[in-house]
Design a protein around this ligand. Structure first.
Ligand SMILES: [Zn+2]
Length: 306
């Protein structure tokens, strides 16, 4: 709790002018962590976040198992969510997507149009548009979903997955912009996202190995908050094959420094990382001097405002 308090104080310090204002100002962006774990079951929900824009829940980032439960526990009104960003299609990031559609359709009588973004397909992984079709399309496993609750339209864009693809702006909507870039997560196509609104920005790394760090550093340049998935210890602390999927703490710290991000939130915490928090923190400190915190389910982080 002490570390979390320090982190939140750190965040407030990023915006000293706002902090001095007599009346608190609304945060342009707020991240609510639905799931801070994955893929092993040990008490945390798997990877999922809601981003509030001007106080309204608008964006779902990943939908790992447990997201549905956390939405209910937080009594979150998801009736304004219109954008879904999928970093990749592993089960621990997408297993609750159909459950989310179901929950959202039951919260509103008005028709819903989702803008859904996710990686193109390769190998065993379908492209995101096919994935959504396999779930809720006319021949999908849950085709009945379209007959259940509010009418839904799914507008899905598949994103480039080669590491040399250029950074792309995928959304520009009344001051809310979202950029993406390809990352690398073993054999699973993956992308990272940056959400910008009213001068503040949040970056979601998703799961990625260190080979994609140059792209991530570019995407995260001077962002206010970088949410980086921290699923392994520094070598040789974790099984060797995991380094082909995830970035170790020392390299996360290097990337945070190189990109000049103002704060760092570690998520997708594995049990061995959770039990060695001080060690992970000090490894990151070798390079990065800004505020660092570990995510927990239901954590809320305001970005900007006071
Ligand atoms: Zn994962």
């Amino acid at each position: 709790m002490k570390l979390l308090t320090a982190f939140l104080v750190g965040l407030a310090c990023l915006f000293p002018a706002a902090a001095r204002a007599a009346t608190p100002t609304k945060a342009p962006l707020e991240v609510i962590v639905l799931g801070s774990g994955g893929p092993r079951p040990f008490g945390r929900a798997s990877s999922s976040y809601i981003v509030k824009v001007d106080g309204l829940p608008r964006i779902l980032v990943d939908a790992g198992p447990g997201a549905f439960l956390r939405i209910g526990e937080l009594n979150l009104d998801v009736s304004t969510v219109d954008t879904v960003l999928l970093t990749h299609l592993h089960i621990d990031h997408s297993g609750d997507l159909a459950a989310f559609f179901n929950a959202r359709a039951l919260t509103s009588d008005n028709s819903i149009t989702y803008r859904i973004f996710g990686p193109d397909g390769a190998g065993l992984f379908p492209k995101t548009s096919r994935f959504v079709d396999l779930l809720v399309g006319d021949s999908g496993a849950f085709a009945y979903q379209k007959t259940f609750g509010a009418p839904e339209t799914f507008v899905v864009k598949d994103l480039a997955i080669n590491l040399d693809s250029k950074q792309t702006r995928i959304l520009d909507d009344k001051g809310l912009t979202i950029d993406e870039i390809a990352t690398h997560h073993g054999d699973c196509p993956s992308v990272a996202y940056r959400i910008n609104y009213k001068g503040v920005s949040v970056v979601f790394s998703g799961d990625m190995d260190a080979s994609a760090l140059p792209n991530l550093v570019r995407l995260a340049k001077n962002a206010d908050l970088l949410i980086f998935h921290c699923a392994v210890l520094d070598p040789p602390g974790s099984p060797k094959q995991l380094y082909e999927l995830h970035t170790p703490p020392r390299k996360i710290g290097e990337a945070a420094k190189q990109s000049g991000v103002k704060s760092l939130l570690l998520s997708h915490t594995a049990p061995d990382v959770e039990s060695r928090e001080p060690k992970v923190r000090s490894s990151i400190r070798t390079n990065y001097a800004g505020p660092v915190a570990f995510a927990t389910d239901k954590l809320r982080v305001k970005v900007g405002g006071s």
